[in-house]
Design a binder for this molecule. Sequence first.
Ligand code: GLN
Length: 243
Amino acid sequence: MNESVRVISVLPDLLGTYGDSGNAVVACRRLALRGYRVELVIAALNTRIPSDGDFYLIGGGEDAPQAKAAELLAVDAPIERAIDRGAALLAVCAGFQILGTSFIGPDLKPRAGIGVFPCKTHRFDGPRSVGELIVDPGRDIPGVPLLSGYENHQGVTELAEGARPLGTVLAGKGNNFEAKVDGALKGRAIGTYMHGPVFARNPKLCDHFLSLVVGTMSPIEDAELENAHKRLYEERIKEVYKG
Ligand code: GLN
């Protein structure tokens, strides 16, 4: 197979805390292992963000860089245009917040988001949500086991009425302190509070994401990789979530 795909790492120099830029690396590697020809585009600050990619990945960051990223993404709407063409999007933490309908700027005032996800983020007037996060993706994402990530955010996110989360929170906070859900699912867009990078910790979620554009993913025949992921799963999930 020689099908070509373009993976766009969106503003990794602004938004990439906890190695979120690694999500693009993992996505590229798992596509290449399936025989795809992969082009990784680093859409960094002061470069044009392409709208013709197949996969878009954006990470987390502090309040000021996240506001700057939102300003840049509002110019020519590259992400919305890509999604309209059928691209998939993974947005983590700050990236998730700015792709909702509103988020909080460094001046602590609400700002308009890009509006891909039907959710609003406010500033929580209490402790930051920091620590291991375990999420059950439930039946919305069949074949994907419990998910593990690391969260660190002050913002709390409310999904609009009827909007779908990525999953149910089993440990940690996720979107907010009451709802016990994490992230959002909207068409081919996935939002989450899980750093990790989330695709390195949860390769089945990565494969699900890739399948949204390229269809069914064949299994990867690599015992060492499988074994490493099994151990990671045990360490990160069984240790944290004893339920
Ligand atoms: N600055 C945002 C918050 O604190 C996002 C943080 C992050 O991406 N880790 O809520």
